[in-house]
Design a protein around this ligand. Sequence first.
Ligand SMILES: [Cu+2]
Length: 155
Amino acid sequence: MTFRFNLASCTAVVLAALLGVSGAAFAQVVVADAWVRGTVAGQRATGAFMTLTAASDAALVSAASPVAKIVEIHEMTMEGGVAKMRAVPRVDLPAGKPVALKPGGHHVMLMALQQPLKEGESVRIALTFENRDGKRTTAEITARVRGLAESAQKH
Ligand SMILES: [Cu+2]
């Protein structure tokens, strides 16, 4: 399955400074096209998707959001024709290589949602990155909620 982000629809671009141990060198992680799949009444979990590009080797190690009591980093794989999700401790971000968190692959899983997420709403997500030296930095982004039809159309 191929998945292309429409650059024209970028909704969030943030720069997160990752200070190196020396304090002098720093790297950045650019977060682009962050979005969250909208939910229907009673639905308690959904996915957040985005493209992450690190200037130097880093990893996404955790996430949090005020809309969800539990937030995990998930990986979706196909096993015998069945899609399975599991929590993973990190997503590696090799220097200069855009890494897409997308439907069918890695994603940020928002669980135990406090309320339904409606199209057009904004969801704050705090992303924690770790650089090669093990130093962690948290950056907050805003992701737009896409309606179910728009979500389906994207992949
Ligand atoms: Cu998941």
